[in-house]
Design a protein. Structure first.
Length: 69
């Protein structure tokens, strides 16, 4: 009986923690422009740090060919 009470208490605490720190957005979707604005600074930093501009151009070209453009 004590084991069941312990599990129930742990489950309740987990739900409270999830409610306090969980996602505030109900739908879980993000506008594409917001996602782009979040990703571009990191992408630019990685290009500068790793000197990968040529690799970025090559990959973009390959994706364009693969998509039939």
């Amino acid at each position: 009986m004590a084991d069941t009470a312990t599990r129930t208490m742990i489950r309740t605490q987990g739900r409270r923690a999830h409610a306090a720190f969980g996602s505030r957005r109900s739908s879980g979707t993000r506008h594409p422009l917001v996602a782009t604005a979040m990703v571009l600074p990191l992408a630019a930093l990685l290009v500068v740090v790793f000197g990968g501009w040529d690799a970025v151009v090559t990959q973009a070209s390959s994706v364009g060919v693969m998509l039939g453009r």
